[in-house]
Design a protein around this ligand. Structure first.
Ligand code: ATP
Ligand code: MG
Length: 399
């Protein structure tokens, strides 16, 4: 990626209509653009991060045997009438007969029903990564609460309660692996929440952060985090925290299979659903990994590994950095090449942009460094500066 080629312009000004840090840094860094309250465009760098988060989630879903589908966002209203959810206040209805999907039980249940009609077809789990629409009254925390947002939703189908419970645990494991690969494993807690009308519990995955809308509490006796709504089943200790709900898993029992008459040999199929807020995760990660100069992306999801920054006016420096750029690409190392050569873009501007954009390593080339046949490598997280040869640099980056 060449800075001068991609759609990218950073800004020093904080947006006046956003209070949340994630929105401020993602907008200033040109990762996203706000289009209206709770609705954002993803620009090249933001989209790269979003796709990396998606792919981690996708790999872990595939690993637990869930199969990926893509259901429509535009859904028939009569499905929602069957389940009694046609008139919820967060639903957008573009026409009298359609609803923009804000969840997909009404689509997933009849879909799986068509293909699974004998005991040998079970268990089954489908998932999708898709845009959801919700008319959220409180779209105010940047990517944490959108009116249009990206979610991974999975739906599992079982013949026995026992089989469902086994899979619920398997999913719990997959969720823990996802959050730890995203760098937020330690901050993300499994939290007992109300199971609504169908079961005693559901579970939320809550990432501890002061901006979190939820408050979670620790029960010492059972060593469990729980949500406020379960206050009478657990005992609040001194330990509590604000947290962001980044995912949840939910027993659905037979609510949807009954609505669509999905049964095998006269017994209703047992379902579970499993959500992850993909775009909310992007915002959450920025809330956690930033400092006063900008974002500090975890390596696994950074938009690139290297920010290549030639400085000065010397042609030889730019020739050398062009060559290094091509070499890094050949080695499959992702680079954002700050190839700007205009008079206004001095080293200060390039370094500030690198810090705002949060790419793990900055590689600097200059006339003086070239004379010694060295480049400078700066670690975004620690600020450590090292001078090394380009051969050593590639070795180091490939580790
Ligand atoms: P919340 O309590 O935060 O409104 P929810 O209970 O409505 O969440 P679900 O409907 O189960 O959540 O959605 C699954 C996941 O999608 C949530 O765990 C969350 O991570 C994410 N999510 C929900 N609503 C939004 C939103 N408006 N914007 C971004 N992500 C969301
Ligand atoms: Mg909600």
């Amino acid at each position: 990626m060449r800075y001068t080629q991609i759609l990218l312009k950073t800004s020093k000004e904080s947006p006046s209509d956003e209070n949340a840090k994630n929105a401020e840094l993602l907008i200033r860094g040109g990762f996203v653009q706000k289009e209206m309250a709770g609705v954002y465009s993803y620009l090249p760098l933001g989209l790269r991060v979003l796709r990396k988060i998606e792919n981690i989630v996708r790999e872990e879903m595939n690993a637990v045997g869930a199969s990926e589908v893509l259901m429509p966002a535009l859904t028939p209203r009569d499905r929602w009438e069957k389940t009694g959810r046609a008139n919820v206040d967060i639903a957008f209805s573009p026409t009298e007969k359609t609803i923009l999907g804000w969840s997909h039980e009404e689509m997933a249940t009849p879909l799986v029903q068509r293909f699974c009609n004998s005991p040998k077809d079970f268990p089954k789990c489908v998932f999708q990564i898709q845009t959801k629409f919700r008319n959220e009254p409180r779209a105010k925390s940047g990517l944490l609460r959108g009116r249009e947002f990206l979610m991974k939703d999975a739906y599992s189908f079982h013949l026995t309660q026992e089989d469902f419970e086994k899979y619920y645990d398997v999913m719990t494991g997959a969720y823990h692996r996802i959050y730890s690969r995203l760098g937020i494993g330690e901050l993300t807690k499994l939290v007992a929440a109300s199971g609504g009308e169908f079961s005693k519990f559901s579970h939320e995955f809550q990432t501890i952060s002061p901006i979190g809308e939820d408050e979670i509490f620790w029960d010492e006796k059972s060593e469990t985090w729980f949500n406020a709504e379960l206050a009478d089943q657990f005992e609040k200790s001194k330990k509590s925290a604000h947290a962001i709900e980044v995912g949840n898993i939910f027993p659905l029992a037979t609510k949807y299979s009954d609505a669509f008459k999905f049964g095998i040999d006269g017994t209703s199929v047992i379902m579970g659903c499993y959500g992850i807020g993909i775009s909310r995760l992007l915002g959450t990660i920025v809330e956690i990994f930033h400092d006063e100069n900008g974002i500090v992306w975890p390596k696994n999801i950074a938009p690139a590994q290297v920010y290549l920054a030639p400085i000065g006016k010397d042609d030889a420096v730019f020739e050398k950095s062009d060559a290094l750029y091509n070499e890094l690409l050949k080695e499959k190392i992702e680079v954002l090449y700050d190839d700007r050569r205009d008079k206004k873009t001095g080293p200060g501007t390039k370094f500030a942009d690198h810090e705002l954009l949060g790419i793990p390593f900055r590689v600097v080339l200059s006339e003086n460094l070239l004379a010694e046949n060295l480049v400078e490598i700066v670690d975004r997280k620690t600020g450590t500066v090292k001078k090394i040869t380009t051969e050593k640099l590639i070795e180091f980056l490939k580790k």
